[in-house]
Write a protein that binds this ligand. Structure first.
Ligand code: MN
Ligand code: MN
Length: 301
């Protein structure tokens, strides 16, 4: 064996030979970070196209294409304390995954940091929501996700908004981009406890009126959940359950920009790299920068 120095020194020497899967702008370690990214490689309840468990690394890879400076926000991301913790261990057990997400986001939030969860499927969001109170939840989604249970599982990704309602209570969720819902969901007596804004309504009244409506809630804290299928398949083709006639990429960015200062955590879920031409992962990466960039920006918009 000989004297090869301390194990620690060897490890740092070896580090040069490996590429760690991190967002390239994530130069900080956890204790110093303000933004904490982590992946949840889980797609166990997906009903149509599985594969979102590989999305965290697809987003990280796409992010390599992005510049570390954004002139529109005047922000140099290399100067922003961002950490990327990597991915949670893979598991096929949704309850276990939700417990892990709950534990990790609770720690990040209680340390005064901002979690950015990369799915995986939308079901993971419920773990984060368990830590929220007095928080407005804003969801981008093609689906109402309002089933009581689906395929025998109440934590299925088709039940996310219903589970979140059970945690947050009435009048604390706004879900935008809806264009697919079952009769059971549509006729649910609890439906009016969530403000569902359909994609058609966004087209009719315009994104600015949606922003005004969110603003009128006077929320001091917002959790932002982006199910990428809320965005039109033209912009985001690589998702588990695609639906035509969706929101545009720029509309979602506008909502993010309008409320980034109040957003205390967010997730980007449901990207399925196997069905992607690269654009969906790229948009996911860009939305991370748009969130951090607009939150850090000192510019008046
Ligand atoms: Mn969803
Ligand atoms: Mn959806």
């Amino acid at each position: 064996m000989g004297n090869n120095g301390s194990q620690e020194n060897n490890a740092s020497e070896l580090k040069e030979f490996f590429s760690f899967r991190k967002i390239p702008d994530a130069l900080s370690e956890y204790p110093d970070a303000k933004y904490v990214i982590f992946g949840v490689p889980f797609d166990g309840t997906s009903s149509y196209r599985r594969g979102s468990r590989t999305a965290p690394d697809a987003i990280r890879f796409a992010y390599r294409n992005l510049e570390s400076y954004d002139v529109s926000y005047g922000v140099d991301f290399l100067e922003v304390p961002i950490a990327d913790l990597g991915d949670l261990d893979e598991s096929e057990d949704v309850s276990e995954v939700l417990d892990q997400v709950e534990h990790v986001t609770r720690r990040i939030l209680s340390d005064g940091k901002i979690p950015i969860l990369l799915g995986g499927e939308h079901s993971a969001t419920v773990g984060a929501v368990r830590n929220l109170k007095d928080t407005l939840m804003v969801i981008i989604d093609a689906h109402s996700d309002f089933r009581e249970s689906y395929m025998g599982n109440k934590y299925n990704h088709a039940c996310v908004t219903k589970r979140a309602l059970g945690i947050l209570g009435p009048d604390s969720i706004i879900s935008i981009g809806i264009r697919s819902t079952s009769k059971e969901e549509y006729e649910s007596p609890q439906k009016n406890q969530v403000r569902f804004i359909s994609a058609n309504e966004v087209r009719k009244s315009g994104i600015d009126s949606v922003i005004e409506e969110i603003r009128s809630r006077n929320a001091s804290r917002i959790y932002f959940s982006i199910d990428m299928d809320g965005i039109d398949p033209a912009y985001a083709p690589g998702v588990g359950t695609p639906e035509p006639y969706g929101l545009s990429d720029v509309q979602v960015r506008k909502i993010l920009n309008a409320f980034s200062k109040k957003i205390i955590g967010m997730d980007i879920v449901e990207i399925t790299p196997m069905y992607d031409n690269g654009n969906t992962a790229m948009l996911g990466a860009k939305l991370i920068q748009d969130f951090i960039g607009s939150k850090e920006s000192k510019k008046e918009d």
